[in-house]
Design a protein around this ligand. Structure first.
Ligand code: COI
Length: 355
């Protein structure tokens, strides 16, 4: 961090830590005592500060509230077997938020703001990192456009905030998913690869429809023909068929998941055949009909590995093999956890120990 980058700290007078039941942490319900805030003005990041978690004060004409200039990330802090706080590939999250920023015409974040702010925040709220290996402190860095004015134009000012939330498992049971053949979350040439509010807003209505039919999430398909698989819910998607791990190749309507990349890397290390390519709905339905799908799951920071219980298509629900028999995803889930906990060697140097 450069000498010029100072973070002012104002600690809360009243910690909420003692009110939290760490054995019951629904996703996104509780927030740690402090947040990091930094403003972008006149082309530079300034006034970095850690303040008690609090409401924002924004003009109702702030650009972020009208045209969706809002980007975010999601990463997690864990405790390893030695009780140290660790992060998983945080530099990848900085890289990705800057790709999102570029696409949304927003300011680029520097390492000193993103990592400097995060590390200082974790130091102050270290007691909020759960000790249970199934739980973690979910970290939500986000940036909003703060120019006042409702003309459709990129903002010149931004605010970057990091808040944290102790969480347990994202899904408590295997997920029931169904192919979406009409609505889209993202389109070619659009913003699907960016982690930005609009993609999630677009997903809400079709997901609500699927939930009304008894599913938990959708499998998103391409917006032109609804022929090719893209993602599932808020996650990347993977299948194991004929002992081969297959996942849609990245393009501009698919988020470049950091868990996705980690799984592909480990699968190759283990000698699995890995294919990143176009996967048609027909191919998967055919494999489901012939009981050839050995494993199917979503991957993301929040859920890590979310097994699918069944896949719905055209009014038929195809049950997937029992979870206990899913050799690949069970081993992957355990290995990712063991790497974070420091129980196995971190060959790829993914774990960042917070000093
Ligand atoms: C994540 O896995 O971090 C996500 O983006 C899911 C989140 C939208 C809850």
């Amino acid at each position: 961090m450069s000498d010029g980058f100072q973070i002012k700290v104002e600690k809360t007078a009243q910690s909420n830590l003692s009110k939290i039941d760490f054995s019951n942490l629904p996703f996104g319900k509780f927030y740690a005592d402090h947040m990091f805030v930094c403003d972008f003005q006149d082309g530079v990041w300034k006034d970095a500060r850690i303040v008690p978690f609090q409401n924002l004060s924004l003009s109702p004409a702030s650009l972020c509230l009208h045209y969706g200039q809002l980007i975010f990330e999601g990463l997690k802090a864990y405790r390893n077997v030695d009780g140290e706080i660790v992060l998983f590939r945080p530099e990848q999250h900085l890289e990705r938020i800057n790709k999102s920023a570029h696409r949304l015409c927003m300011a680029q974040l520097t390492e000193e703001v993103f990592m400097g702010g995060l590390l200082e925040l974790l130091k102050i709220d270290s007691e909020w990192v759960p000790k249970d290996p199934d739980s973690s402190l979910y970290i939500r860095p986000f940036m909003i456009a703060t120019d006042v004015g409702i003309g459709v134009t990129p903002s010149l000012t931004y605010q970057f905030i990091i808040l944290t939330s102790p969480v347990s498992k994202y899904y408590s049971a295997p997920v029931k998913v169904v192919f979406e053949d009409h609505f889209s979350r993202a389109a070619e040439g659009g913003i699907g690869f960016s982690k930005t509010a609009g993609n999630y807003a677009a997903s809400l209505y079709p997901t609500k429809k699927a939930v009304e039919k008894g599913y938990n999430q959708l499998i998103w398909t391409d917006s032109k023909e609804h022929k090719y698989i893209e993602e599932s819910g808020t996650m990347n998607i993977m299948f194991v068929i004929n002992d081969t791990l297959i996942t849609p190749a990245l393009h501009d309507s698919i988020l470049s998941g950091i868990t996705r990349d980690s799984i592909l890397t480990l699968a190759k290390d283990w000698g699995y055949k890995v294919e990143e390519r176009k996967i048609s709905v027909d191919e998967i339905v055919e494999a489901l009909k012939n009981n050839k799908v050995q494993d199917a799951f979503g991957t993301g920071t929040a859920a890590v590995v979310a097994h699918f219980a069944l896949i719905g298509h055209d009014g038929v629900d195809y049950e997937l093999p029992p979870i206990e028999s899913r050799t690949f995803s069970n081993k992957m889930k355990k290995t990712l956890l063991d790497i974070r906990l420091g129980k196995v060697e971190d060959e790829h140097k993914w774990v960042y120990v917070v000093k």
